[in-house]
Design a protein around this ligand. Structure first.
Ligand code: SF4
Ligand code: SF4
Length: 434
């Protein structure tokens, strides 16, 4: 079975201390405070094993942290050399997720020369970004990230932006969207910040955030952190961006969430585990060779083993890992099974399933209300785009169709408080007439 790994060669080490980061505290699983660095032996074992485990012509490596630039360019020169040594005729690609604050001209030249696709973490304009993305000294990081973005552009490095949607920037969706359009090359990813205050299990491990719900413990007292995005905020954030995007930017701006939804609408499958029926095919590799079920499940009970002792492919194909992935579907509450948007949502990530259904069943996603609202709102446009693509036309043709519908609507002038003719179920003034 094909799988991916998010490699964390610097472990949880990072030069920033973003308030909502779920990964920096993982240093407590490895003795705390030290700077972590993958050894040359583990790196070579990983590169060789990962290439051999993939049955595709193109093999993609994903580098993350913590902050991987802390390892220096020489570490990644060694990566590229090892990839060339073991490629055996395969094409190798690399993605690299960074907070952007340490990017120099040398880093950007390296990315450009080696075709790395960079993911830049940025939460929106200065006030949004500096709300939670700060240095250990509590100083803001916005200027350093913007300098990094400017260098990436100067060296023509391809990069996506990655924005954590939290209680603060969720209030300013269009401000965030317009800002990201301006600074990047039009590829955006949004990740909702949802974490809970620590439970006993987490405290015993020295962690400050609750561990994910497990089959035996599906609902703790639901106390999310103050900076978590609420379902209502997330729905409003996505809907307002979608309504702008679908009228002006289809084919020019690529929002991962909308692309993934369209893929599911067309029956082409989800490119994102969160909205796929099952998961378990994207593990995490720590600096010392430990492999975990998922980037969000780096806890002792989800450790599958170590690549220095067990072949990587064997770890990712193990029974516990297979059961982990199947559980996403097997443990869906009845409420999801009867849901009108199940084929697109698939019950969200198991990490978020700590809420209860209206009739009291455990294991519902905390973000359910958001996804129900968003997917129902997008349905008429997604159906139209899916039909366009399936008849050989570009999805962007929807913009012309909507603007001519808009002209018709303007001439027939529906009342501002009447139901929107697009079928969203909202008032016209809050939907297409906004
Ligand atoms: S647990 Fe969530 S993030 Fe991890 S693989 Fe499954 S759906 Fe994806
Ligand atoms: S929208 Fe809610 S009920 Fe529907 S599949 Fe998603 S999580 Fe389940």
């Amino acid at each position: 079975m094909p799988f991916q790994l998010m490699a964390k060669p610097s472990g949880a080490s990072c030069n920033l201390r973003c308030t909502y980061c779920f990964y920096t505290e993982k240093e407590n699983l490895y003795g705390g405070s030290a700077r972590y660095r993958m050894s040359p032996e583990i790196l070579e074992r990983y590169v060789r094993a990962y290439i051999r485990s993939q049955d595709t012509q193109v093999v993609q490596f994903d580098w993350q942290g913590g902050e991987p630039t802390l390892l220096g360019i020489d570490f990644f020169n060694a990566v590229v050399a090892l990839q060339a040594k073991y490629a055996d005729g395969r094409e190798i690609t690399n993605t690299f997720q960074t907070n952007g604050t340490l990017l120099t001209d040398d880093w950007c030249r390296f990315f450009r020369q080696n075709g790395f696709l960079v993911g830049l973490s940025i939460d929106g304009p200065r006030a949004c970004h500096d709300r939670y993305r700060m240095r250990a000294s509590r100083r803001p990081s916005f200027d350093a990230v913007m300098a990094g973005a400017a260098r990436l552009r100067k060296h023509k490095v391809t990069f996506n932006t990655l924005t954590v949607v939290n209680d603060d920037n969720a209030r300013r969706p269009l401000e965030v969207y317009r800002f990201l359009k301006k600074i990047g090359d039009g590829h955006m990813q949004f990740i909702p910040a949802v974490e809970r205050l620590p439970d006993r299990a987490a405290r015993e491990l020295g962690l400050n955030l609750a561990s994910p719900p497990s089959p035996e413990n599906k609902t703790d007292t639901v106390r999310v952190t103050p900076w978590s995005v609420s379902p209502e905020q997330l729905a409003d954030f996505y809907i307002r961006i979608f309504d702008t995007w679908v009228r002006r930017d289809v084919g020019r701006v690529f929002v991962q969430f909308f692309d993934v939804a369209l893929g599911n609408w067309m029956g082409a499958g989800s490119g994102l585990c969160v909205f796929a029926p099952t998961c378990g095919r994207a593990g995490a590799l720590e600096h010392n060779g430990d492999v975990y079920a998922c980037d969000h499940y780096v806890y002792p009970r989800y450790k599958r083993g170590n690549i220095m002792h067990t072949p990587l492919a064997e770890l990712m194909a193990s029974d516990p890992q297979r059961r982990f992935g199947e559980a996403k579907k097997d443990l869906l509450p009845q409420y999801c099974r009867g849901c009108e948007v199940l084929p697109v949502c698939n019950g969200d990530c198991p990490k978020h399933r700590f809420a209860q259904t209206p009739d009291g069943e455990a294991g519902l996603s905390y973000l359910c209300r958001a996804y129900k609202a968003v997917f129902n709102h997008m349905a008429p446009c997604m159906t139209m785009m899916a039909e366009l693509v399936q008849t050989g036309r570009p999805a962007s043709d929807i913009m012309g169709a909507l603007s001519s519908q808009g002209a018709i609507r303007r001439s027939s002038a529906p009342g501002r408080n009447t139901a929107c003719p697009c079928g969203s179920g909202k008032k016209f003034k809050r939907c297409c007439g906004a």
